[in-house]
Design a protein around this ligand. Sequence first.
Ligand code: HEM
Length: 309
Amino acid sequence: ETPAKPVAEQLVDTLTELAGGPHPGFRSNHAKGIVVEGHFTPAASAAEVTKAEIFTAPHPVVVRYSNATGVPNSADNDGSAFPKGIAIRFQLADEASADLVCISVNGFPAVTPEEFLGLLQAVAASRDSQAQPKPIEAFLGQHPAALRFVMTPKPVPESFATQPFFGVNAFKFTNAQGETRYGRYRIEPVGGAKFLNADAAKAVDADYLMHELPGRLQQAAYSYRISVQLADPGDEVNDATSVWPDSRQIVELGTLTIDRFRTDGAAFEKTMMFSPLNLVDGIEASDDPILHARPVTYSISFNRRLQSH
Ligand code: HEM
């Protein structure tokens, strides 16, 4: 009997299967994307929460926006292309870097990588299933957090520039006084969140988000407020399905400004991988098992796409 593959490998296999892949050279999740550049300027309040150098001095950034799923040509306005992703790389001295990798929904469908695999396998098993209920219906019936995530409205944004994003996984922040707090990132468009109405969302072209951005950047830069929502004592910090109340303290970390489209983005993104555990001193991982599964899974996807393109 062959031993079961590690969960991270099964996750990549199942994402690939769901996307009708393999699609050589593409990410097995968040395959369709676009790369832009700009800079981050810290707010004075950041020092209350963290001594991390990415939030204490200005830095250049490279940003990749993406659609969910491993389908390289997914329609930007299709439900399956949600959540949208944003991956931000802070470029530090001596080739060092730190990453923030966030999605457009505040929450996650699973507490552990095993449970997330169960969800993906249920979706895959439902494709040609005659069973009543279908495997995915049975799974959602037994997993309220997954049902909640599926039911969360995912409105179609006017632009990536008008889409808010959430860190979902908590990190442990330490300031210069040695005080520690758990928190989750929030990324909010300074110009306000803006979405299309239902008719407009149906009418836009399949690549409208990717096509809109270069023109927008020729006109003007745009920006986001990056902040951290702090946990109160007793809040779940190791469970990505457990969304904290909006009443929790939010501390501004600074402003992310995007001012350039990266014309070589399609080639550039193939050679690089973002990781939510690419961190600097002053920010540590929580014990959230989803967070710890991510770099392992992303590396498998990265290795496969490097070998196949
Ligand atoms: C166990 C749970 C998860 C699995 C199995 C998973 C899987 C993946 C995989 C395979 C990739 C492609 C990596 C690459 O080839 O570079 C990816 C990318 C990505 N993931 Fe996840 N992911 C998980 C959780 C999350 C969470 C919680 C978030 C956000 C809060 C997230 C946001 C993203 C984003 C934005 C990208 C695209 C990064 C880029 O532009 O390169 N993922 N994910």
